[in-house]
Design a protein around this ligand. Structure first.
Ligand SMILES: Cc1cc2nc3c(=O)[nH]c(=O)nc-3n(C[C@H](O)[C@H](O)[C@H](O)COP(=O)(O)OP(=O)(O)OC[C@H]3O[C@@H](n4cnc5c(N)ncnc54)[C@H](O)[C@@H]3O)c2cc1C
Ligand code: SF4
Length: 244
């Protein structure tokens, strides 16, 4: 692992300001993906800004739905009464992923920003356009059985690994982000990007923008995990999450 400076931000503004001072810095939430990337020399931040002391861990009811704090753990989110009651498919999607230990550490914001699991991306001896733009794609002629059949480009055929993101996409979630003096909302359908000619860019966040929350509006579709129990037909793309 390369040497790096470590700071612990006291609040959202301090974290954003620290990143604004140094765009080679990385935010650290649960660390379950970032630490692996740093150990493998895939991510090389010269500064790590720990978000652990920042609030943003609350899950609360809003006027028309539920707000998930970006730093709430995946475990808290999946088991929260509001999520289980109004969005059971999200709860099931989260619990379908990783392990209890990982979910205890992993946060909602970090989950959306985890990087691909393509093995060539993690192997710095191999060409990978996502890790090193212009170097090539080892998966094209290599081991690619678990790679994309839709949405790939001649630059990258990797798939996006988050279980939670698929459910959020289905629920038309909205991602609230803050930057240096700005705030905006990104529709989930616009959040992740197809590889196209820039596979190194996974999402539509600008450098230094911090995810603060994920907003869900209540709708009958959100309860689809409950409807299954009464025998209702469900779309094929959701069966993975809903069937026992
Ligand atoms: C063994 C293992 C198995 C796994 N299996 C699954 C699985 O089956 N399904 C699945 O979906 N996932 C799986 N994962 C991935 C896991 O869910 C992610 O690693 C985790 O959700 C990342 O969250 P984190 O809080 O630890 O993020 P970190 O590792 O702390 O951060 C990840 C990235 O997000 C950035 N970041 C974090 N929070 C914010 C924020 N609020 N705003 C802006 N940037 C931020 C960081 O800078 C970093 O770039 C697995 C991981 C491991 C290690
Ligand atoms: S599929 Fe994408 S992530 Fe995997 S080696 Fe090719 S460019 Fe890299």
């Amino acid at each position: 692992m390369n040497p790096f400076k470590f700071i612990s931000a006291k609040d959202t503004n301090a974290a954003i300001a620290a990143h604004h001072q140094n765009n080679q810095a990385a935010f650290l939430a649960g660390g379950t993906n970032l630490m692996d990337l740093m150990k493998e020399h895939v991510a090389l931040p010269n500064e790590v800004i720990d978000l652990g002391r920042i609030g943003l861990k609350e899950i609360k009811e809003t006027a028309n739905g539920v707000s998930l704090g970006a730093l709430a753990s995946n475990t808290l989110t999946a088991n929260h009464i509001l999520v289980r009651k109004h969005f059971p498919l999200l709860s099931k999607a989260i619990l379908a992923g990783a392990s209890a230990q990982i979910r205890n550490m992993a946060t909602n914001g970090g989950n959306l920003l985890q990087r691909t699991r393509c093995s060539y991306f993690y192997d710095i001896s191999m060409p990978c356009n996502k890790r090193k733009p212009g170097s090539g794609c080892a998966a094209m002629e290599g081991f690619n059985r678990m790679h994309a059949i839709f949405g790939w480009s001649d630059q990258c055929v990797a798939v996006y690994p988050s279980d939670m993101a698929i459910a959020l996409s289905t629920l038309d979630a909205r991602i609230k982000v803050s930057g240096n003096g700005s705030q905006r909302v990104i529709e989930m359908k616009d959040f992740h990007l197809l590889p196209g000619s820039h596979p190194e860019k996974d999402n539509s966040l600008s450098s230094g923008e911090l995810i603060t929350s994920i907003e869900l509006a209540k709708n009958s579709f959100g309860k689809i995990g409950l409807m299954l129990r009464s025998g209702t037909e469900i779309p094929m793309r959701l069966r993975w999450y809903l069937l026992p």
